[in-house]
Each structure stands twice: as C-alpha cells, then as structure tokens.
Design a protein around this ligand. Structure first.
Ligand SMILES: N=c1c2ncn([C@@H]3O[C@H](COP(=O)(O)OP(=O)(O)OP(=O)(O)O)[C@@H](O)[C@H]3O)c2ncn1[C@@H]1O[C@H](COP(=O)(O)O)[C@@H](O)[C@H]1O
Length: 108
C-alpha cells in the first residue's frame, strides 16, 4: 500500500499554487484559471477511459494519476476541499446503510 495520499497531493497543490513559481505546472494552471484546469480534467478523464477500454493497465494507472491530480486542482480552484467530497461520500454510505436496514426489515 502506498504511503502517499490524496491529502498529501492536495497539500502540495495548494503550496505550489501559492508559490507562483514559473516552473510549476500547478502554479501555471492556477494562473490560467478554471476553464483550462477543467479542460485538462476532461482530457485526462477521456484518456483514462480510452486506456481502460483498450485493456492498457499501465495506461489506466498513469492516466488515473493525471486525472486525480487535475481533479484536485479543479477542486482547489472551485474552493472545495478533499474533505468536503469525502464527507459527502461518507454521508451517502450512511444513507445506503439506512436504506439497506429498511429493506431488510420489510416483510417478504
Ligand atoms: N501529480 C502531478 C501531475 N500529474 C500531471 N502533471 C502535469 O500535467 C501536465 C499535463 O499533462 P499533458 O500531457 O496533458 O501536458 P501538456 O501536453 O504539456 O499540456 P497542454 O499542452 O495540453 O496544456 C504535464 O505537464 C504533467 O507534468 C502533474 N504536475 C504535478 N503533479 C504533482 O504536483 C507537484 C508539484 O508540481 P509542480 O507544480 O510542477 O511543481 C509534483 O511534485 C507532483 O506531485
């Protein structure tokens, strides 16, 4: 299991965005704004889909890494944190738990 987390990458992205470093892809993407970042996210999503459909395992891993990185950039520009998304996923888990219990208690 990798010791690196999406939370680590989110922190790196925020730090690089603040740096304004001309060599930093992250800083340059933030400077270009949401339209460019969202476009890159869409491209990486499509490239991931293509790799998956082709059965290209290495491609799926590499494109997924690009996808997650650009997804976190879009989240940051949108002012949304990884925690916000995880909280929503957690809420849904709770909801499905309630739905499952309800269906189990139904007769027949
Ligand atoms: N995980 C990534 C990461 N994944 C992808 N990319 C960059 O995303 C870019 C997009 O890939 P493309 O193949 O589409 O690039 P491109 O064809 O040059 O782009 P366009 O011409 O389409 O605009 C590439 O330049 C990659 O380097 C990333 N850039 C940075 N990170 C992380 O962010 C950290 C900070 O990076 P800097 O901001 O560059 O310091 C790094 O240490 C990494 O941890």
């Amino acid at each position: 299991m990798a010791s690196f987390s999406l939370s680590d990458l989110e922190a790196t992205i925020r730090e690089r965005a603040r740096s304004g470093d001309a060599e930093s892809w992250t800083a340059r993407l933030f400077a270009k704004g949401m339209d460019k970042a969202a476009q890159k996210l869409g491209e990486e999503a499509v490239e991931t889909v293509i790799a998956a459909v082709k059965g290209d395992t290495k491609g799926v891993i590499s494109e997924s890494a690009d996808l997650l990185y650009h997804w976190l950039v879009v989240l940051a520009i949108a002012g949304v944190s990884l925690d916000d998304v995880l909280a929503e996923l957690e809420r849904r888990t709770g909801q499905s738990g309630v739905a499952e219990k309800a269906s189990r208690s139904q007769p027949g």
